[in-house]
Design a protein around this ligand. Structure first.
Ligand SMILES: C[S@@+](CC[C@H](N)C(=O)[O-])C[C@H]1O[C@@H](n2cnc3c(N)ncnc32)[C@H](O)[C@@H]1O
Length: 257
């Protein structure tokens, strides 16, 4: 099964819809609004003058938001449509950035560059079959002392939705729409893999990274699952039998000498 082409086609189709969505609000972004959320802003901290690699950057809003804060940014994404849009957005907002259309595994094998920060967030791991290889790419891309930052949707929510929490070799192959409000007609085949939290943590440790922060969060900035409710000043929560479901987790890891 050519999972890369299947997912690339699906993400090309989704990107065309996302750029015109209220969810991504390009107009506000172009007018100066950052697409980054408090969780990643507080975790990553000052990026001024730092070389930052953004894996699975979609059409570049987050990458360019880091550039607005002074980072020297490179974004990588499988979708050529997303990278074309990222390059258009870069010109529209007049920022410097390098965008690369590639599978992260293939990028990792080719690239010799090293970065102070590797960043990736919100809906990235399920597209990747092999987290050990993913973590090795991150470790190789970091300078000694460099930091890796992940903010990801919590796999517990997938379990409540009827998907496996524990990883298994076979992927889920399904027709899926997208998470933006203008999602009509976006259904296409997608190939995803389940990854438990322990699998993510173990992959990073095995690649030689030291985990400095590991947090789970009951609130999400995104209203992109069923049955979420807004809590003033906090974001969105989901209750299961009256208790808060963990919606996100975040990890900061360092490459030590
Ligand atoms: C949910 S999006 C990330 C969203 C991002 N946080 C945002 O909102 O802008 C997932 C991205 O992963 C990319 N992707 C999927 N598989 C990939 C792979 N093997 N290599 C590189 N990018 C990949 C998709 O093209 C898509 O842009």
């Amino acid at each position: 099964m050519d999972y890369l082409n299947i997912n690339k086609e699906a993400w090309d189709k989704r990107t065309k819809v996302h750029v015109g969505s209220k969810f991504y609000d390009q107009q506000a972004f172009e007018a100066g609004k950052s697409s980054l959320n408090t969780i990643e802003l507080e975790q990553v901290g000052n990026v001024e003058g730092k070389k930052l690699l953004h894996l699975q950057c979609h059409f570049g809003q987050d990458t360019l938001s880091w550039a607005r804060q002074g980072a020297i940014v490179t974004g990588v994404d499988l979708s050529t449509e997303a990278i074309d849009e990222a390059n258009k957005l870069k010109l529209a907002v007049g920022l410097e950035a390098t965008f690369v259309a590639d599978d992260i595994y293939q990028f990792g094998q080719k690239s010799k560059a090293q970065y102070d920060i590797v960043f990736t967030s919100y809906g990235v791991l399920c597209w990747l079959p092999d987290l050990k290889q993913w973590a090795t790419i991150i470790a190789n891309a970091l300078v000694t002392g460099g930091e890796f930052h992940l903010v990801e949707f919590h796999a517990f929510n997938d379990l409540l939705d009827g998907y496996s929490y524990f990883p298994h070799c076979e992927p889920d192959i399904e027709d899926e729409g997208t998470y933006t409000e203008n999602c009509d007609g976006t259904k296409s085949k997608m190939v995803t893999w389940a990854h438990s939290l322990s699998e993510v943590v173990t992959a990073l440790i095995s690649a030689g990274l030291s985990i400095e922060v590991f947090e789970e969060h009951p609130y999400s900035p995104y209203d992109c699952f069923d049955n979420m409710e807004q809590v003033s000043g906090q974001g969105y929560q989901m209750l299961h039998k009256g208790q808060q479901v963990p919606l996100l987790y975040s990890i900061k890891a360092r490459k030590n000498g």
